[in-house]
Write a protein that binds this ligand. Structure first.
Ligand code: ZN
Length: 167
């Protein structure tokens, strides 16, 4: 089934987030070239991205996983630092650190070799977590999907380093 911007907008509506027509037009649907969006992917629009700061509104469909990656230093600047705040649903975030013995969720079976960090943080609406620069992380929505606001330093997506060499 083809995913459309309308499918993404539904989640913003559930979260009570108002979008302008421009925002709606600028929604990005990313499958990272893996062609299995419903399992591995991310949807978002960018509120602002300057050479000093950035804010985005992320949508994850139910049980969708954003692949593991990190934000390395760029041009002598520390890598991107991100704060995720959950607005709707539930998001399971995994970062470097002590392994959580029984993770609440798992990445897709067939892709698990490309996931290496297992310190779990669960976020429900009103909860937030800050991911330090150059720290591997991945995240997955629960059964209702999730809407997550991302506040960060400048975003330069083409510098992101994914664990999965196919990306
Ligand atoms: Zn990130």
């Amino acid at each position: 089934m083809k995913v459309t911007k309308e499918d993404v907008i539904e989640y913003y509506e559930k979260a009570g987030i108002a979008l302008s027509d421009d925002d709606k037009e600028n929604i990005q649907i990313m499958d990272y070239g893996l062609n299995k969006l419903n399992k591995l992917g991310l949807q978002l629009f960018v509120y602002v991205n300057t050479d000093r700061y950035c804010a985005k509104e992320l949508v994850l469909f139910p049980e969708q996983t954003c692949p593991e990656h990190r934000h390395p230093p760029v041009d002598g600047q520390e890598g991107k630092e991100e704060t995720f705040r959950c607005r709707y649903g539930k998001v399971y975030l995994y970062v470097e650190g002590e392994k959580t013995e029984a993770p609440a969720v798992m990445p897709p079976d067939e892709d698990i070799e490309h996931f290496t960090v297992w310190h779990e943080i669960q976020l429900t609406p009103g909860e937030q977590f800050t991911i330090p620069p150059d720290t591997k992380h991945w995240f997955k929505a629960g059964s209702e999907g999730a809407v997550v606001t991302e506040f960060s330093s400048t975003s330069t997506d083409d510098h992101d380093v994914f664990t999965d060499p196919r990306i």
